[in-house]
Design a protein around this ligand. Sequence first.
Ligand code: 9MR
Length: 362
Amino acid sequence: MKYIYFLFIVMVLLTSCASELTTSASGNSSAESTETLRNIASQKGIYIGSAVADTPLFSKTEPYSNIFVKEFNMMVAENEMKFEYLQTSSNVFYWFIADRMVNVALANNMQIRGHALLWHNQSGWASSVNNPAALSNILSNHIFTVMRRYSNKIAYWDVVNEAIEVNNSMVNSSNFYDHLRKSFWWTNLGSNYVEYAFQLARAADPTAKLFYNDYGIERYNNNPKAFYAYQLVSNLKAKGLIDGVGFQMHIDTNFKPFENGFELNLKRYSDIGVEIQITEMDVRIPVPANSTLYSLQANTYREVLSIALSNSNFTAIVFWGFTDKYSWIPDFFSGFGDALLFNTSYQKKPSYDAVMEVLKNK
Ligand code: 9MR
């Protein structure tokens, strides 16, 4: 009897260790835990997510993973599913990190956005291949291998990321083909490479939702980039090759959602029947910040989300990180930072409260 009791205790201890990261955040029944972003968002029928990085996610000394699984129900790997991380050399795939991140999301009942299958950055060895036939095979092999590994696990894929770059020598052309980024993909595969990538993705996993994702496309007025992105998406939609558009939304407080036509911009996408997600949102402010800046920032989050929620094709908001401790902003925008919902000490900021308030009032 004693031994059975002892065995029981050992089993309980083992189970609780193993499930440290795999306990379901939504399974918590305390009153405190119901008031989280993910719980309110799921009542409203949308997903709320964050980009995460593997290192802090598996850190034993930080509250990072606890807060992430408690507050969010959608995950995107900030870097770890990009080409250079997954296919480290020709047809050599490295799954360990991506797999363990996927497992955290699934164990915590989260959706996953796969980011990204084709991009001009972080494509590793592929970006120095200068041979159309070879690059076409590389793309096909990459998309099939990655999407099939995660079919039934990753529901949303950024198939092509940031392919529009306004070509100032073609200002008179309103055809998006003239405004495709002249990346190594374009040089080798020609203007149809975007459509080719979507065809491959459709074939690789017909159940996945396929997205085009870009930055700087949120302003409706006087924004040719937004117009070309819309053209690109509607062209793919007419061919049945795309399901959604991702507005990255790396913005600052100069973006005024109401004055800048954000609602109209979303509407043109819902009018053609594509799903809309905000995929990488952050609102950078000058640092050191003060309470005025924090409240301006909160207001930007509030306005963006309230407009998005009024569109019935809007299904998810994902932030590009959740704590100011881990954010790309200070490295890329000198003098700016503090762009997210939690500060560097993991305390909720006014922007967190604003997002919560808008969700509740939907
Ligand atoms: O946040 C990412 C950063 O850690 C990388 O160094 C950077 C490399 O280009 O990519 C960042 O993520 C980008 C995302 O993949 C695509 N949209 C813009 C994001 C911010 O640059």
